[in-house]
Ligand binder design. Structure first.
Ligand code: GAP
Length: 509
């Protein structure tokens, strides 16, 4: 994993119609992106894969599509108006704006890089006898770096918790942190910056209502908790799932579609009896990790990061981190949110948000386990782990997107070997039949080898080639993307053969 791979991800995403910069002809809009024809298919397939596993395969989880606009009191109740802030700092010389906590975290990351260098050196020296745990616990330089890391992060967390922004600035100055662009250490004071985008509802400037674009989809679920529970006669434990856009005015918007200002979330709130929440929290941590692993990238791509410092409403929280080209980063959050949100909405709306549990004959405010994943971030995970350059046995190379077949934008490409002798007509009739079941594409341009490479580059799992033999015996060549193996198969057997690869049972069971 490297900068090179990340650069390749960016250029491949654009060149092959997956992701474009928003409003590119006007030089783009920072941290806002558009999905091209291949991107929109991949994104939809990821969303469907999530929806099917969460809603279709759980009898006690139902869906919802709440509006992006919500009554502004929602965000007072949820705590977003007062606390959904990032600490920002400007550099007076470069005029660049940064998140103060990110500058400090980047400094800590540099210390960690030094630790990793020491480990690498020692591993080389000691070979098979190297014991990493013992080395890091006893080596004086490594111990010093680790101690510094701990102290810095602890001090930052405490200062942010107390909203002591002067101390956050003091920490940046004491560590000698310079503007990564200009090298200048001429900093402004640290200020809190609310991440919600504001807008107005109504035409009349005087009476227009201040609204926010939702910064998470979750609140649409909380405010509809009783509507859904009553109309669908749901019994606790049950969940409500939703996918949809969310908006955050991110200060540091970098790393492509990893951190965007407009993005899509896939969230599920699972309502449980108070006291049962930790059991369900553990359950959903494992379930969600299993979902990720079902895609077949391998265990090495995932790790849990259990939060030590918890948000005021949570009593347990963990991230599923993914090995992106720029290192392990959060892909999904699993949070035990207690009864915080429902209680707050009860307080601010004056409406009861409670549930009568017939099994124990008690009324209570349910506790909530939340699973929350960014669809765009999942897209980046799938895209970057799938993109590979391969050297083939004949010494040539190919770029192939080994996208899990179930998520591939196009499932089958149908290719007539030549543009004559009736081959295009046969190929077109195969397209006409298969397109009822799969996303299929037809391509007759260029030599067959180049067409295979083009399909490899967008991750199409199957190519069907029609040649002169097809006219004699109704068979075609079926080429599989990853192995590049080719078999001869009768046209009437094609659909069934391909269908098995896209059967959800083979992925999620
Ligand atoms: N309702 C809980 C919630 O929103 P979060 O950790 O702020 O929690 C959940 O966000 C997930 O949404 C993250 O794990 C990430 O995948 C995605 N996400 C958050 N901010 C994002 C951004 N600016 N761009 C893309 N994805 C983002």
């Amino acid at each position: 994993m490297s900068d090179d791979l990340f650069k390749k991800v960016l250029s491949h995403a654009k060149e092959y119609g997956f992701v474009f910069q928003s409003s590119e002809i006007y030089d783009g809009l920072s941290a806002v992106y558009d999905y091209g024809p291949n991107g929109v298919e991949l994104k939809k397939n990821i969303r469907d894969y999530w929806w099917k596993s969460m809603v279709q395969l759980h009898q006690n989880i139902v869906g919802l599509d709440a509006a992006i606009f919500m009554h502004p009191t929602t965000w007072k109740a949820s705590g977003h108006v007062d606390a959904f802030n990032d600490p920002l700092i400007d550099n007076k010389d470069s005029k660049k704006r940064y998140r103060a906590d990110v500058l400090i975290e980047d400094y800590v990351e540099k210390l960690e890089n030094k630790v990793q260098k020491e480990i690498k050196k020692a591993r080389k020296r000691f070979g098979d006898n190297f014991d990493e745990a013992q080395f890091t616990a006893t080596h004086p330089r490594v111990m010093k770096y680790r101690e510094q890391q701990k102290n810095i992060l602890q001090r930052m967390a405490q200062s942010l918790e107390k909203n002591d922004l002067a101390d956050v600035k003091a920490l940046i100055e004491e560590l000698g942190i310079a503007d990564p662009v200009s090298g200048s250490k001429n900093w402004t004071d640290v200020k809190q910056f609310n991440l919600m985008f504001g807008t107005k509802l109504g035409a009349d400037a005087g009476s227009a209502m201040d609204l926010y674009l939702r910064p998470e989809t979750a609140q649409g679920i909380f405010v509809n908790f009783l509507n859904v529970q009553k109309t669908m006669r749901m019994k606790i434990p049950f969940g409500i799932a939703q996918t949809g856009k969310a908006f955050r005015n991110e200060i540091v918007a970098r790393q492509f579609i990893f951190r965007m200002r407009e993005f899509e979330q896939m969230e599920m709130q699972f309502f449980v009896r108070p006291g049962d929440e930790i059991k369900w929290y553990e359950y959903w941590k494992e379930e969600r990790l299993k979902w990720h692993k079902s895609l077949g990238f391998g265990d090495a791509y995932y790790r849990f990061h259990d939060h030590e410092k918890l948000a005021h409403y949570a009593n347990a929280a963990a991230d599923i981190e993914f090995k992106f080209p720029f290192g392990f980063k959060e892909l999904e959050g699993i949070h035990s949110r207690t009864d915080f949100d429902l209680s707050q909405h009860e307080k601010y709306s004056g409406k009861k948000m409670q549930y009568f549990d017939p099994e124990i004959n008690q009324r209570y405010t349910p506790y909530v386990i939340e699973t929350s994943i960014g669809l765009d971030r999942m897209f980046l995970a799938v895209f970057s782990a799938s993109l590979q350059d391969e050297i083939l046995s004949d010494g040539t190379s190919r770029t192939v997107m080994k996208i899990p077949a179930i998520l591939a934008p196009t499932k089958v490409a149908v290719l007539p070997l030549l543009k004559k002798d009736g081959l295009p007509e046969i190929a077109q009739s195969i397209v006409n039949d298969l397109q009822w079941d799969f996303k299929v594409t037809y391509d007759e341009k260029d030599a067959i080898g180049r067409r295979y490479r083009r399909q490899d580059a967008v991750g199409t799992p199957y190519c069907v080639t029609v040649d002169h033999q097809t006219k004699d015996d109704q068979t075609v060549t079926l080429r599989e993307r990853d192995s590049m193996k080719q078999i001869r198969i009768h046209i009437t057997a094609l659909r069934q053969h391909i269908q098995d690869q896209f059967d959800l049972r083979n992925w999620l069971k």
